[in-house]
Design a protein around this ligand. Structure first.
Ligand SMILES: C[N+](C)(C)CCCC[C@H](N)C(=O)O
Length: 288
């Protein structure tokens, strides 16, 4: 089993993650709190009240878990594709796979990945939504003191079930949209590269960037719902399930609610996924 694909997935995911985390915090705040007027207002409020550190809330857990999450995504994707097409990585550009196989392998990667991602993503979202400044003495203590404390108190107050809050929605969000992710990447690489050749670094960067945007644009409606499901249960339970959450968000805030965070998701997606794919391809070529 090509283990390199898993390692390359991990390293490339970590690089992308640090780069994109500040965007991610703004996005989570815009999706789950109504007090910000827009991206710039949110960014400046975070900076003023919480300093630069505010943008990096909730990052340590994703960094620790990206090893698992991204390596599972890329590892499952490449290995499913290998089974479907019987073409090893080295021959990928000379014997291109069918788009349906790429889509299926991407969906499988997304499906399996969402199981690992669920609890980590929940903790990230809960920490990112704490607005208390970290360093000011005398200011109110945040509910969670850090990722481990957050995990322990979710387990204590909401049980194991609580740690899986939003996981079903996460799976619905990621299965098809990671299919779209890999199809967009491959399509762009093939479109801009002469037949049979490997794509250049610039092509890989741009293809990765577009893949991220295409995937996030299609994922945003369920991303909003997932985020709300994850925050639900902190005070009183607002939603009975995914469909109820969709219906009541739509009723109260109109259809625009499903596109909250779309701009910031796309702005984050380009650099994050450009770096992710470039480092992934390079690590594999280097080992190849
Ligand atoms: C499927 N969905 C759109 C959610 C994610 C697709 C890209 C994944 C990447 N690690 C990133 O964080 O951008």
């Amino acid at each position: 089993m090509p283990a390199e694909e898993f390692v390359a997935g991990w390293v490339s995911g970590a690089l992308g993650l640090v780069l994109g985390h500040p965007f991610d915090t703004i996005k989570v705040r815009l999706q789950s709190q109504n007090k910000y007027r827009g991206i710039l207002d949110c960014a400046s409020q975070i900076y003023r009240h919480e300093s630069v550190l505010g943008f990096f809330k909730g990052m340590s857990f994703p960094i620790a878990s990206i090893a698992l999450v991204n390596s599972v995504l890329f590892g499952v994707y490449s290995n499913v594709l290998l089974v479907l097409t019987a073409t090893p990585y080295q021959e990928r550009w000379t014997h291109p796979a069918m788009y349906t196989d790429i889509f299926l392998a991407g969906c499988m990667g997304g499906f399996v990945q969402s199981y690992c991602l669920g609890p980590f993503d929940l903790i990230k979202v809960r920490l990112q939504n704490q607005t208390e400044p970290r360093l000011k003495p005398g200011s109110p203590q945040p509910r969670y003191r850090g990722p481990l404390h957050c995990m322990a108190s979710i387990l204590q107050k909401e049980g194991v079930q609580g740690l899986l809050r939003g996981s079903g929605t996460l799976m619905l969000r990621d299965t098809p949209t990671l299919g779209i992710y890999f199809v967009t990447y491959e399509w762009f690489c093939r479109y801009s590269t002469p037949k049979g050749q490997e794509p250049s670094s610039t092509t890989v960067l741009v293809a990765g960037g577009f893949a991220g945007i295409a995937s996030w644009v299609t994922a945003t409606p369920l991303d909003v719902i997932k985020c709300r499901m994850q925050m639900d249960g902190l005070k009183e339970r607002l939603y009975r399930g995914v469909v109820h959450c969709m219906a009541s968000s739509l009723r109260q805030e109109g259809p625009g609610v499903f596109f909250r965070g779309l701009t910031i998701n796309s702005a984050r997606a380009f650099p994050v996924n450009a770096v992710t794919f470039l480092s992934y391809e390079y690590l594999l070529r280097w080992w190849g």
